[in-house]
Ligand binder design. Sequence first.
Ligand code: IDP
Ligand code: MG
Length: 140
Amino acid sequence: MSIQKTLSIIKPDATRRNLTGNINARFERAGLQIIAQKRLRLTKLQAEKFYEVHRERAFYDSLCDYMFSGPIVVQILKGEDAVAKNREIMGATNPANAEIGTIRRDFGESIEHNSVHGSDSQENAEIEIRFFFSELEIIE
Ligand code: IDP
Ligand code: MG
């Protein structure tokens, strides 16, 4: 167990339905602290860069188009085992397979429009945090 930071994104399907506060209440209730946060709209190029690791996947183009289709909220969550805890609160990638009470089960619209992103390892969390935030924007 250790104190970690992880990158969280509230995706366009969730900002469109005004779910930002509702989703963040779940993170805070679980003891994760939001130590950096901003609302923005990605360009197509930025979405492609962020999801670069999925470039070879069949859903890559559609995923990138979706991620720049509307505003997102990017944020850093900090707390005990934040990477795994965030993934647990989010639930499985496909909302249909996610546990009851998880964000994706409760709010996700489809496997693509699944409301939230969360880093999958500490190493990727560091890379993803650096992609969106400068040191000045992270207030611990
Ligand atoms: P994760 O978000 O649970 O880590 P990844 O496999 O890293 O899942 O996929 C990244 C994102 O790509 C997912 O959150 C989802 O929005 C989208 N995605 C994943 N698998 C599919 C698919 O089979 N069809 C369409 N979109 C997908
Ligand atoms: Mg992933």
